[in-house]
Design a protein around this ligand. Structure first.
Ligand code: UD1
Length: 417
């Protein structure tokens, strides 16, 4: 089993280029199914979840080539509309293939993506939206059977702004006759990135980034070239790493606009952050101070994906900070591991209270999920002595060479296989 060994107590300095966004590239890879040509996607990070999406595309008959950070997807060989259970299990966000397959093939069969380490992960909004577009969807023994000989555009009102449902419905709507409006759509920047790719292929989509997305379906689509946006959650992670360990770093490619709630918290805690064209700088000197309650919310609120790394950064702050996790029920599993490193955290339901301590100490800890695992690394950078972070396969799902990137900033962290 692979693990990271982290020697804490070294300040960070230097710069790095932020990887391409995991949460953009995954729906965009599914979206390549909509056109019959070749899609050329640059700035694709090397991640386990990207590999899993590529496996799904190949299983469906597409050819996918990687050259450096560019993936070329040729979907002309698509020959099935069913995804095996093993491939579906490999990646939780594979549900987005449903909308793409329905649009392209008029049918899809895949296993129900189950719960995950963040708690239950329902897809009821995806399904009711697809039904409103005219898909017949049944479930038998955990397998979803979907048929849609003729999707028709309509108005879909989401009861909550789900990122995955918004993306899935955008993809299905591209294959529907007429206009689809998605009301109360999620506003995450990754949805605007998906729109950017779809438009590059000729699709008529507008409004992504606002709460009303409109799709004029059945526009003739062709292959297209597109560059994946930088990963704002990876950027937030490196900012929190600098806040935790102290030091001065520059993140190239990161956009402060997309991270405003995270940088506001770090500024309040005492970091000096500069948003400049093409990057973000972050300087953290002495001990951080506690901040006003951090409440996770859909974009542009504080991202649930940055909750764990922000918590890790505040473990040694002066005072107490309240966290309120409002998106996923099971998202405090990193807390017990942070406590092993010396953190003082109390959890009650969706609330966690972090009381800052003078010092953290190295320990053996276990990644429980992707962002929780990154949070352990962020905390270990500030701990006295050496920490061992185990189960780092979770981290590999979403960070391209986390250890190498942190080493580029002067951290003492190595990977052992
Ligand atoms: C995406 C991100 C994930 C991020 C999350 C919230 C990807 C690949 N993943 O996940 O990293 O943490 O957004 O920003 O982009 N819900 C329902 N019914 C549904 C769909 C969602 O009740 O049909 C609930 C979920 O249980 C959750 C909330 O809505 O409580 C938000 O989920 P959603 O926005 O759909 O997250 P994902 O798309 O799964």
């Amino acid at each position: 089993m692979s693990r990271f060994l982290v020697e804490g107590g070294h300040r960070l300095s230097g710069e790095l280029t932020v990887q391409g966004a995991k949460n953009s590239v995954l729906p965009i890879l599914a979206a390549t199914l909509l056109n019959r040509g070749v899609s050329v996607l640059s700035n694709c990070p090397r991640l386990r979840d990207v590999d899993a999406s590529v496996e799904i595309l190949r299983y469906l008959g597409c050819s996918v080539l990687r050259e450096g950070d560019t993936l070329s997807v040729d979907t002309s060989g698509l020959n099935r509309a069913e995804i095996s259970d093993t491939l579906m299990r490999e990646m939780r966000s594979s549900a987005v293939f449903l909308g793409a397959l329905l649009a392209r093939c008029g049918a899809a069969e895949l296993s129900y993506p189950g719960g995950c380490e963040l708690g239950p992960r329902p897809i009821d909004l995806h399904i009711s939206g697809l039904r409103a577009l005219g898909a017949a969807i049944g479930e038998e023994g955990g397998i979803l059977h979907c048929e849609a000989p003729a999707l028709r555009g309509c108005e879909i009102v989401l009861s909550l702004p789900s990122v995955g449902a918004t993306e899935n419905l955008m993809l299905a709507a591209c294959g529907a006759e007429g206009v689809t409006s998605i009301v109360n759509a999620a506003r995450e920047p990754e949805i605007a990135d998906l729109q950017g790719f779809l438009r590059a292929c000729g699709a008529k989509v507008s409004g992504a980034g606002t709460d009303l997305v409109t799709v004029e379906g059945r526009a003739p689509l062709h292959g297209g070239a597109y560059r994946i946006m930088p990963d704002r959650i990876a950027a937030a992670t490196y900012l929190c790493a600098a806040a935790s360990a102290g030091g001065a770093i520059r993140l190239l490619g990161a956009e402060e606009r997309q991270l405003a709630t995270v940088t506001a918290v770090l500024r309040e805690a005492g970091c000096v952050i500069g948003g400049e064209k093409g990057g973000i700088t972050c300087r953290c000197g002495g001990r951080l101070t506690a901040v006003h309650p951090i409440r996770t919310a859909p974009y542009p609120g504080f991202p649930t994906d940055a909750q764990a790394v922000a918590m890790a950064a505040l473990l040694r702050s002066q005072g107490s900070t309240v966290f309120e996790e409002n998106i996923f029920t099971g998202r405090y599993r990193h807390v017990d591991e942070l406590i092993r490193l010396g953190g003082v955290i109390r959890v009650s339901g969706r609330v966690a209270v972090v009381t800052g301590v003078d010092a953290l100490h190295g320990a053996k800890v276990r990644s429980t999920d992707l962002r929780g695992g990154a949070a352990l690394c962020v905390a270990a950078l500030a701990a006295e002595g050496t920490s061992e972070v185990q189960e780092i396969q979770h981290i590999d799902r979403g960070y391209e060479d986390l250890a190498g990137q942190l080493r580029a900033l002067g951290a003492q962290i190595v990977r052992e296989e």
